[in-house]
Design a protein around this ligand. Sequence first.
Ligand SMILES: C[S@@+](CC[C@H](N)C(=O)[O-])C[C@H]1O[C@@H](n2cnc3c(N)ncnc32)[C@H](O)[C@@H]1O
Length: 269
Amino acid sequence: MTDRGSYDFGKLPCKEEEFRRLEEQALFFWSREKMLLSDSGLTESMRVLDIGCGQGIVADRIARELVPRGQVVGIEPDSSLRSMAEALAAQNQRLTVMPGDIYNLEQPDESFDFVYARLVFQHLKAPVEALREIHRVLKPGGIALIPDVDNGWLTLYPEPPGFSDMLRLAEKAQTSYGGDRFVGRKLAGYMGEAGFVNVATPVEVLTSARIGLDLFLKIITCFKILLLMRHNDKVEEDFFERICRFAREHNSHGWVGIFCARGVKNGGQ
Ligand SMILES: C[S@@+](CC[C@H](N)C(=O)[O-])C[C@H]1O[C@@H](n2cnc3c(N)ncnc32)[C@H](O)[C@@H]1O
């Protein structure tokens, strides 16, 4: 049984909403993410593992646009998310999708050049254990890239009433399921503990000016509301609409940092 920590898609209320949010999040960031992947050392003939690949949108793009002479394997434990990834894989011979668990990968030792796990680590109970497993499947000289959030780098101003309280409550709910909303700042240390070298964590800042206020608010709020509902915390029914109305009326701006931790497995050329 795979431990999904604080992200168990099957247990979330309003799955369709979350499905669309993940989709938009993947599509809107792709142009920037593509550069991030290339700058991190991803090259065209690499074998890539995307762990917790969700609907497979990013894995599919990596296979089509960044590794035209390589191969991408997407691992996704949730069957509903995985079925969309499998549909993409059926149309893309460089993409394979399978079930799997980040703590106990079926892949052999030293079988990948590049491992990606996007927005997965904030949900894990045992991040160092997961990184040791990633380290195991990487070839010597292979690269791990782990982009994730840190609520210390989340600002919305002017801030709608009740917004900070909601954030604090959602942080607690996420912790209660084993997740960590402040994982971004910790990733570099975890990578060191797991044996990675040349570790660095540049921060990508997403802004409401860049992606539009509505999408920004959706990305920073909707999963937290679903988590609070799953946790049986009280959330007003119109909370999201109220936040959006306030932010539009007060011309709010927002910034959120994505910590992009990168480490290398010792050895290789
Ligand atoms: C927030 S979603 C991110 C999905 C995708 N990477 C993206 O960026 O759209 C977190 C993902 O982690 C997966 N996940 C949770 N626990 C996992 C585990 N133990 N092993 C592998 N994946 C896991 C979930 O099923 C989900 O697909």
